[in-house]
Design a protein around this ligand. Sequence first.
Ligand code: DGY
Length: 331
Amino acid sequence: MAVSNQRKKILVFRELPPDQLARLQAQHDVTVANPRLAGQLPAFETSLATAEGLIGSSYPVDKALLARAPQLKVISSVSVGVDNYDLKALAARNIMLCHTPGVLTETTADTVFSLVMATSRRIVELANHVREGRWTRNIGEDLFGTDVHGKTLGILGFGRIGQALARRAALGFGMPVLYHSRRPVDLTRQAPELAGKAAHTPLDELLARADIVAAVLPLSDETRNLMGRREFGLMKPGAIFINGGRGATVQESALLEALEQGRLRAAGLDVFATEPLPLTSRLRTHPKVTALPHIGSATVETRHAMAVLATTNLLQALEGELPEAVFDLPA
Ligand code: DGY
């Protein structure tokens, strides 16, 4: 990437915390324009035409958008997932892509485990029972939940977040863990605390054995629609399905069918094929679904840490240094 000492043009396409915006403004010419807000679209497009760096998240950056950004050298995504970016088009233009792995691992695993707890113990449903004045006598078996401790957890995707989830389950709740990933992880070297506690398992076997299946998969050609009718059909009767990765790894109609047929006990979903979840989606109000508005990493501390890392990545890239977290684009 060509480097000069001049101030560069940066487009911030999703609001940054003031301290991180100030770091960028101290060195570069910064425009803040969020294209999701209709009034800011013209400023976004004008700035895109001259921007050398973009920073933001949750907006599709495709070939057509890149064609309107002829000066672009680097995109710094305030996310770990990179499914919003056309990776081949970025590689073809030699545009660097940075992201924010690591800093959100534990928070996202907390969110996913909270869905395991909420669905198993029917927390939201029973809290509403109280709130709506329906707690007029001791609850009966029809409102009992199921245990979490000791149950078998199947994890789809065993990167940082999958392993953090496994630690919560295996070390905190005595849950046997099965995981499915492209390759087995050498736990003795990479996560010795999980050695002997988490077993690499073929997908079909995992689905058949787990009481709770939690997907924390990134979205790729390989994982798109991975969980369909056949896969939900393989799950244990009465099992629970959780998704904290990407919505499009699941065929939502197949999930709804499995819930409606009574095959699955419940689903806990933080991510959806279309976000925000359309008001017409049956997942929004389904009594067996606990739905969250994609809050995996949404804590004050973690969102700030993500903004710091993304800002650092961008500044380093514009300085011609190797940023802390560069995503490897396809060759
Ligand atoms: C991520 O960082 O990818 C989270 O899902 C938030 O988008």
